[in-house]
Structure formats: C-alpha cells, structure tokens
Design a protein. Sequence first.
Length: 95
Amino acid sequence: MHDVLTLKEAAAFLRCSPDTVKRRARAGQLPASKIGRQWRFRRRDLDTWLGAGGLLRQRIEDAGLLAEMEAAKAEVANGRERLVSWEEAKAGLVG
C-alpha cells in the first residue's frame, strides 16, 4: 500500500465521494497537498484526522469550545447539572 494517496484513493479510504474529498481539501478541512493540478493525501494524516474526530472536532477546537464542553461534562458528572445552549457556548457565557 502507498503512503501517498490520489484523490480517488483518499475517497475510497474515507468511504465518501471524490467530490466531497476535493471540496473539503480545497476548503482546508482535510490534510492535503496540491501538486500541480492534482490533490495528494498522506494516509497517516487522514488516519490521524479521523482519529481526532475529523471536521466537527476541529471546528469545536478552533472556536475554543472544547474546554467549555469538557467543563460542562464535569459539572454534570459532579451532579451540578446545567443545560447550556449551543448559542451560550459559542458566546462564551458558560461558567
């Protein structure tokens, strides 16, 4: 097996369409490199990206919400339940 995948190979590895892979690579949502007019993907980068939860986890971390979500989980675990709306979390009103 090759470590560097073509667009079609990456799509097969991720089990989605080549159009989806290309669109996400263009948007910087997938680890990829463009060589000339063709996209290339390292298998281990895609595997790491999947293991980290993919795009959803990346967006949560980028927005700085992951720590707040973990704190809310800890409150629930400690019996101090407080429902937090997504809008409150985004606005940084949790705490």
